[in-house]
Design a protein around this ligand. Structure first.
Ligand code: AMP
Length: 444
């Protein structure tokens, strides 16, 4: 084993303070080569939002901790274990948002959006933070986009949300066979009370199959327990009571209508009576979208949503029915890659601009500006002097044309336009170069 270097007066040993900083566990850098997927998905979200009349909303990343405690729920995993919360220097209890719906609702109340024409349709996109145990598909810092519709209680709204979520998947390039939409209704708070009682009794009778951690949930959050055990131990718990049998007439009729609309629109879904969602604020319709074949793994869901009719009132607003959904960018992109979805990048016309000599460099800098203003994407390496290495770079970038400016071209008021495929070079008047390149690229 190599000996550790002893510190000397002029060469201190490396301490952890001096070692290079590392990425935090569960966080990811999104490198340039990944950006095409992100841009693609963001464009899809923007397009679909526009088509369905959703306007963008942005809320701060840092919020009062109590916002999420009250909305997501004290006994949920997110709030009880996963929040990045801290007391700031002013003594305020704040946290990095673990989700965005609660923030949207806070904004709806705070800005009096109930006075806007209802329903209010908004969408968001941004980072969220949950201090989960990092594992495949489970990050601590990830990104979500979501759609929310506030101020309408009709089943058609639920169905349309599911339709929009499906269309985002399709527009992004997934095929119908690549993903599965699971739906369920968890009823309203009134119909749930009795069910929760029944469910707790059921799990008490199955205590021996539950871990100590799971047992704690029997009384605290039995619905969440259902979600986890039904995914991986169906054989033991397959006689668990189903919420659908406990729905009151109103919730039942509401759900039936949602399903009827989905059927009429030929949107395929799987009814999963044990789908409950991990956040307390949901009521009635809930749904999740899974990569096909991965429905058993809750950490593989790419998107999820549902109604949250009680949330606005819970956070201090007037009683206002609402619903929405959120997708995780990272998991969505992983699925796009897995299914080898081809991403078409929208590239502006591209050229490489090469120069030889001091005056030519100045001329090239000027031409760069001209090309940029006319919408070209211009590659260059003004720090290089050799034409050969500039052409090599242009080759690697796979541009079709390179504009070359040397001493002679500066004096003549011309440039050389090189066809990178054939190697043929043409003299073009400096003033006409943008038109000429555009023409060449158009007929390419
Ligand atoms: P949720 O807010 O828990 O309903 O999650 C909505 C979506 O966010 C999920 O379907 C995932 O795509 C994504 N998501 C949730 N938690 C994580 C995580 N820890 N890491 C990566 N993506 C996540």
């Amino acid at each position: 084993m190599p000996k550790k270097k002893k510190s000397t007066a002029d060469q201190p040993a490396k301490t952890s303070l001096q070692s290079s900083p590392h990425l935090l566990r569960g966080f990811k850098d999104i490198l340039p080569k990944e950006q095409k997927y992100w841009n693609h998905l963001e464009r899809v979200v923007e397009k679909i939002a526009f088509q369905y009349g959703y306007k963008r909303i942005e809320t701060p990343i840092l919020e009062e901790t109590s916002l999420f405690v009250r909305s997501v729920g004290k006994e949920t995993d997110i709030v009880s274990k996963e929040m990045f919360s801290f007391v700031d220097k002013g003594g305020e209890n704040v946290c990095l948002r673990p989700e965005i719906t609660a923030s949207v609702v806070r904004a709806y109340i705070e800005h009096g959006m109930h006075t806007y024409p209802q329903p209010v349709r908004v969408y968001y996109s941004g980072p969220v933070f949950r201090r989960e145990k990092p594992q495949s598909g489970r990050l601590r810092g990830f990104h979500q986009f979501g759609f929310e519709v506030l101020g309408n209680d009709r089943p058609v709204v639920d169905a349309q949300l599911i339709l929009i979520a499906r269309n985002i998947c399709l527009e992004a390039g997934l095929r119908l066979q690549d993903f599965v939409i699971q739906v369920n209704s968890i009823g309203d708070l009134a119909s749930r009370e009795e069910y929760l009682h029944e469910l707790s009794s059921y799990f008490k009778s199955k205590k021996k199959y539950l871990s100590p951690e799971e047992r704690k949930r029997i009384t605290k959050n039995p619905m969440r327990l259902l979600d986890s055990v039904m995914r991986d131990r169906k054989d033991i718990f397959d006689d668990a009571p189903q919420i659908l049998d406990w729905l009151n007439d109103e919730s039942k009729n509401h759900f039936m209508e949602v399903l009827e609309i989905l059927d009429a629109l030929e949107i395929s879904y799987v009814l999963n009576p044990y789908l409950v969602r991990g956040l307390d604020y949901y009521t009635r319709t809930v749904f999740e979208i899974y990569p096909a074949g991965k429905e058993e793994f809750s950490q593989s869901a790419i998107g999820a949503g549902g109604r949250y009719d009680g949330l606005i009132e819970l956070l201090g607003g007037d009683p206002t029915p609402a619903g929405g959904f959120a997708f995780g960018y990272e998991r969505f992109i992983a699925l796009l890659k897995d299914r080898e979805v081809k991403i078409r990048e929208r590239k502006p016309p591209q050229v490489y601009l090469a120069q030889i000599g001091k005056q030519a460099k100045i001329q090239a800098l000027k031409l760069f500006e001209k090309l940029r203003k006319e919408g070209f994407a211009v590659y260059e390496n003004f720090s290089k002097d050799s034409l050969k290495s500039q052409l090599e770079q242009a080759d690697k970038l796979e541009v079709r044309y390179t504009i070359i400016i040397g001493q002679k071209e500066v004096l003549d008021g011309t440039v050389l336009v090189r066809d990178m495929e054939s190697g043929v070079q043409e003299i073009v008047n400096y003033e006409k170069v943008t038109d000429e390149i555009r023409r060449k690229l158009a007929v390419k």
